[in-house]
Design a protein around this ligand. Structure first.
Ligand code: GDP
Length: 466
């Protein structure tokens, strides 16, 4: 089920990343604890009052690699947010008051993107009308700063939320407002949602559209010629070896090559949307370029969002024959993707088609592994044995005790453990238990969520991990 997107827009230095970190809160810390994932993430999953949504700090959106804070870049980021976000938080600095750039952004938010097509413009305008825009006045650390907020009303939007992202003041109320503005949660999946859903993701020029064409060119792939009424025209539906498959948001991948406007190009935020609608992410990296932070970020987000992951190493025709084997890449990529060691690695060349035939079966296997049922008897036996073999360490004289474990009915493989005290599970022991569960049940390509419930009635703690 796709999580809605909340985007933070605003000029540099108003505190976007501080607010981002506040909103992600504990979840961020959890994912960052996984060794090997770099910290400067720009999007993550937040949870507020039981609802999950994706938060994006637009400042970092990679627009064809142009990571600058020029006016043009800020405008571009804002337009992407208008296009893709369900709720926009427009952040300003209450102490500095309104600057010309703030006013520019406000104007864009009011009128929406002049480059967008007619229907997109109407849609965007409607979105703003639905009050899915929240102005937040940051750096209101003391009551003295609060009177400055009046100036912000001249922007023509609703009353701003006064916050101090740094001190956490007003952030809860802001999240309440954001939550109220989100579209209602999706219900049951539509027909056709049953198909295995794959999202092709990656930086510009790694070969996503070439890969798409290579996959569609496979003789086992039958592309549906007429999109039906319930189907999304941005997706590509096919039957692969008799299995219905949806390649999510292929329009976003194709469109970029024919477009004049770089905004129409395949943006990261658009990719996040695609990822949210998928079961498994095919993260494409370039064999000749190596791993970049952004590649890791995408993998980290797939982990956090609970999606399956296949790392596709494209352009292997450009490297030595010895470097075209899966074993080589598994080893070479391990340090960069420590936190996602469960992901299979598929070296391919979209150009020569080497490895292409094996990719779809791997991806479909990962979807299949998501749906594995762990019978309660077996799951409890595996965990009991793990506890016996290697008992948990004591902590302040107490030891973690497991009463019972069961699989939760979640899209992401999830095991719920009822224990004496959730605070007694150490990180390394969690790793150990996960390893034992994986040894028995596989779950290849998928994150495994271990949720602890305490009999003392504490709040559950979740953590997605390898
Ligand atoms: P996208 O931006 O990720 O969709 O990347 P494209 O599919 O447009 O490819 C970017 C460039 O890489 C193009 O010039 C492609 O011809 C080239 N390319 C894509 N796949 C391969 C490959 O497997 N081998 C080589 N040598 N070049 C490739």
């Amino acid at each position: 089920m796709a999580r809605p997107i909340v985007a933070i827009v605003g000029r540099p230095n108003v505190g976007k990343s501080t607010l981002f970190n506040r909103m992600i809160g504990q979840r961020k810390a959890i994912v960052d604890a996984q060794a090997g994932l770099t910290r400067d993430r720009l999007y993550g999953v937040a949870e507020w009052r039981g609802r999950e949504f994706t938060v994006v700090d637009t400042a970092g959106l990679d627009l064809d690699g142009a990571k600058d804070s020029s006016r043009a870049a800020i405008e571009a980021q804002t337009k992407i947010a208008i296009d893709q976000a369900d709720v926009i938080v427009f952040l300003v600095d209450v102490r500095q008051g309104l600057t010309p750039i703030d006013r520019d952004i406000a104007r864009m938010l009011r009128t929406s993107s002049p480059h967008a097509g007619k229907s997109a413009r109407r849609e965007a305008a409607a979105r703003i009308e639905r009050r899915n825009l929240i102005v937040a006045a940051n750096k209101a650390d003391t009551p003295n700063e609060r009177h400055l907020a009046h100036e912000l009303l001249e922007l023509g939007f609703d009353e701003p939320s006064l916050i101090s992202a740094q001190h956490g003041l007003g952030v809860g109320e802001l999240l309440d407002r954001a939550l109220d503005a989100l579209p209602p949660p999706e219900g049951a999946p539509a027909p056709g949602e049953k198909a295995d859903r794959l999202a092709i993701m990656g930086r510009p020029n790694v070969g996503k559209s070439s890969l798409l064409n290579a996959l569609l060119g496979d003789e086992r792939a039958l592309v549906s010629p007429t999109p039906g009424t319930t189907r999304d025209p941005i997706d590509t539906e096919l039957i692969f070896d008799g299995v219905p498959v949806v390649l999510v948001d292929t329009a976003g991948i194709r469109r970029k090559s024919s477009s004049r406007d770089r905004l129409e190009r395949y943006s990261l935020l658009r990719g996040i949307h695609a990822m949210e609608r998928s079961d498994v992410v095919l993260l494409v990296i370039d064999a000749s370029a190596g791993v970049l932070a952004q590649d890791q970020h995408v993998a980290g987000y797939a982990l956090e969002a609970g999606k399956g992951l296949v790392i596709v190493v494209n352009k292997i025709d450009l490297v030595e024959p010895a470097m075209r084997k899966p074993a080589h890449w598994r080893k070479a990529l391990a340090p960069d993707f420590k936190f996602a060691a469960y992901a299979p690695v598929a070296p391919v060349s979209a150009k020569t088609r080497e490895g292409i035939g094996a990719l779809m079966p791997v991806a479909l296997e990962v979807v299949g592994q998501r749906r594995i049922k762990m019978p309660p008897n077996e799951l409890n036996r595996v965990l009991r044995e793990a506890f016996l073999q290697h008992p948990p360490p004591t902590f302040k004289g107490r030891r973690l005790k497991l009463t019972y474990a069961t699989q939760a009915s979640d899209e992401t493989p999830t095991v719920v453990m009822f224990v004496n005290d959730t605070g007694l599970l150490h990180f390394s022991y969690r790793r150990y238990l996960e390893k034992k569960i994986r040894e028995r049940f596989g779950l290849i390509g998928n994150p495994l969520k271990l949720v602890l419930r305490s009999e003392e009635g504490r709040r559950p703690r979740a953590r997605a991990s390898k």
